[in-house]
Design a protein around this ligand. Structure first.
Ligand SMILES: NC(=O)c1ccc[n+]([C@@H]2O[C@H](COP(=O)([O-])OP(=O)(O)OC[C@H]3O[C@@H](n4cnc5c(N)ncnc54)[C@H](OP(=O)(O)O)[C@@H]3O)[C@@H](O)[C@H]2O)c1
Length: 273
């Protein structure tokens, strides 16, 4: 068993992991931690420069990393990529969907069009269906695998301006739970993580524009609006990318072998179970 720098067995030694949205904030943070934990990585996403930057950071840990431009909304494209990965690596042990995109939050229902409401609902539910469907085939065939999804606290929050985000997040959590039930008998686990907003993701995430608009609309400086989120937490701070990535690596590993159908609350106590 290989040891990490500084000791401790690696969590994902010899595991093959595919990350959709692999160039994004959570996707690239997860890639770095999965690489450090010994995984072979296939990063798929929309823009090649972001994928290459994520691959360079992950390879610094000595991992073998491949990148591919793949539209994670397109079933045929994702199926083709998954077939290429299984051909190259022989298996897929872990699949993380870290796709994210800007959408409307913070607006009253009367000021929200049907299209704006449905955009996150259909988009997030579509991409998670598409990627989970593609990887479920090789995972069922090999009798093992872990599918990781990412929701938001909107699944459990209430208040003005959350309807699209809430429907998307609750829908994705329901999807993850049901999929866990369907794939469990084949030995495939499904874990959803629900992080709160991460302030250190703002530099690179779509959330920067989205939160900026909400803060502007409410006439509040962004830092003050973010302070409002911090005030909702029990820990007096928001989670950070590394914490979410470390949790994803654990959930993907055999050490979490009895965990499936779980929604991991990474909200820093903004929500309690
Ligand atoms: N950031 C947060 O605070 C936060 C908190 C809770 C939950 N989440 C959830 O975490 C997930 C990722 O968020 P993030 O902050 O990491 O977002 P991000 O930094 O904006 O990254 C999202 C990635 O998804 C890629 N992408 C978008 N549409 C795609 C498509 N059709 N096909 C392939 N790739 C596509 C983007 O590609 P480009 O590089 O081309 O833009 C980008 O690399 C989302 O589900 C979000 O709801 C985020």
């Amino acid at each position: 068993m290989t040891k990490r720098d500084g000791g401790g067995a690696m969590l994902l030694e010899d595991k093959v992991a595919v990350i959709h949205g692999g160039g994004g904030s959570i996707g690239s943070a997860a890639a770095r931690v999965f690489a450090r934990e010994g995984a072979r990585l296939f990063l798929a996403g929309r823009s090649l420069p972001r994928l290459e930057a994520a691959a360079a950071a992950a390879s610094a840990h000595g991992a073998e990393v491949s990148v591919a431009v793949v539209d994670a909304m397109d079933q045929d494209a994702v199926d083709r990529h998954v077939a290429e990965v299984t051909e190259a690596a022989g298996r897929i042990d872990v699949a993380l969907n870290a796709v994210g995109f800007d959408h409307v939050q913070g607006r009253a229902i009367g000021d929200t069009s049907l299209e704006e409401y449905l955009h996150p609902v259909t988009g997030y539910l579509q991409t998670n269906f598409v990627t989970a469907k593609a990887v479920s085939r090789p995972m069922i065939a090999q009798g093992s695998g872990v599918i990781l999804t990412i929701s938001t606290p909107g699944a459990r929050l209430t208040g003005r301006g959350l309807i699209g985000n809430a429907a998307q997040s609750a829908g994705l959590e329901g999807f993850s739970r049901a999929l866990a039930g369907e794939l469990g008998p084949a030995g495939v686990r499904v874990v959803c993580v629900r992080p709160h907003a991460m302030s250190d993701a703002l530099e690179t995430s779509y959330t920067s524009e989205m939160f900026g608009r909400i803060a502007d609309d409410s006439g509040t400086p962004m830092w003050q609006w973010l302070d409002g989120l911090v005030g909702m937490t029990l820990l007096g701070r928001l989670p950070v990318l590394d914490e979410v990535a470390e949790y994803l690596a654990f959930a993907a590993s055999d050490r979490a072998g009895s965990m499936t159908g779980a929604i991991a609350n990474l909200s820093a106590g903004a929500l309690v179970d």
